[in-house]
Write a protein that binds this ligand. Structure first.
Ligand code: ATP
Ligand code: MG
Length: 299
């Protein structure tokens, strides 16, 4: 006869045993490392619609890669500072941040902090000073490409990061334009809900404008469906519609709506650190692996 304790030890058929196994996969990856990309990847996470999972996706994909041996930098480009909170880096006013980077006062090497969650996870925080940047930038020289200049190959080489994720605010203003100019790829999170596709046309046409005038090689490489609620028919319809429309670009992994995902930032953590065995953590880990595998040439 097997007791519940035996089942847990053997990797068990009890829900708790399975959860423990899943958590172990997240926290002790050992030989389960994710592939490093053939070339450094800079991804801008953008969608001007608010609350679709930009920040949650940024920090959890970044944490998934970092925990599996891939050095990753998060740039918090949103004055709300939510990404800085989730990876637990100091973002009080006066801390060297993305604002000082944009005005050319500090280098990314000086502004990047190491997250307590993984030594492979770095973050340039956003402080409240960023709130005025959208307006201040207007009168600055090369106002659209200041972030690109701050993220030159040479300085990123010094940090030795394989991935850079830029978390955008919910607008199409100058901060988002800076992110689109600085990146190689755009990752668009889409919430599996009614009105999900509304406004997407506007985002895509802004991306086209940036491609045409400021960043020829920019591509929409990744779409991630978020907050999927299997109980609603609508979630399936949205999923289907997005997959039909965007095809291969859509990651196969879909992020479910999960309470743990929404609780994690309250503890200054990603869901991968907060509850590594949860469904939310596993799905972000799967999405990170899919993203990493796509970054290897020949795959
Ligand atoms: P903003 O446009 O304000 O920057 P955002 O697009 O960055 O928002 P998030 O902050 O990531 O969106 O998510 C919006 C809210 O939804 C947050 O409270 C977050 O915790 C919650 N949330 C995100 N993903 C999930 C999920 N998979 N399950 C449950 N809640 C989620
Ligand atoms: Mg956000």
């Amino acid at each position: 006869m097997t007791t519940p304790a035996d089942q847990t030890q053997t990797g068990g058929s009890t829900p708790i045993g399975e959860e423990a196994l899943r958590a172990a996969r997240v926290l002790h990856p050992d030989d389960n490392f994710m592939p490093r990309p053939s070339k450094r990847r800079i991804l801008t996470v953008a969608n001007q619609k608010g609350g679709v999972g930009k920040t949650t996706s940024t920090v959890n994909l970044a944490a998934g890669l970092a925990l599996h041996g891939v050095k990753t930098l998060v740039i918090d480009l949103d004055p709300q500072g939510n990404a800085s909170t989730a990876v637990d880096v100091d973002h009080r006013s006066g801390t060297p941040s993305v604002y000082e980077m944009l005005i050319g006062e500090v280098s990314v090497v000086d502004a990047a902090q190491v997250s307590s969650q993984s030594e492979n996870l770095l973050c340039v925080p956003a402080t409240i000073d960023l709130a005025g940047a959208e307006i201040e930038l207007v009168s600055m020289q090369s106002r659209e490409s200041r972030l690109k200049e701050a993220l030159s190959e040479e300085v990123l080489e010094q940090l030795d990061v394989d991935y850079v994720f830029i978390d955008c605010p919910p607008s199409l203003g100058l901060l988002t334009v800076n992110a689109l100019v600085a990146a190689h790829e755009v990752l668009i999170p889409i919430q599996c809900e009614y009105y999900a596709l509304e406004g997407l046309g506007q985002l895509l046409s802004n991306i086209e404008l940036v491609q045409k005038h400021l960043n020829r090689t920019l591509s929409v490489s990744t779409i991630l469906l978020t907050m999927y609620d299997g109980r609603t028919k609508l979630a399936d319809q949205v999923t289907q519609e997005v997959q039909n429309h965007f095809g291969e670009v859509v990651l196969k992994t879909i992020i479910p709506r999960s309470v743990k995902v929404s609780e994690a930032p309250g503890y200054g953590q990603t869901v991968l650190a907060f509850d590594p065995g949860s469904r939310g953590a596993m799905s972000y880990l799967d999405a990170a692996r899919e993203l990493a595998e796509r970054g290897v040439e020949g795959k």
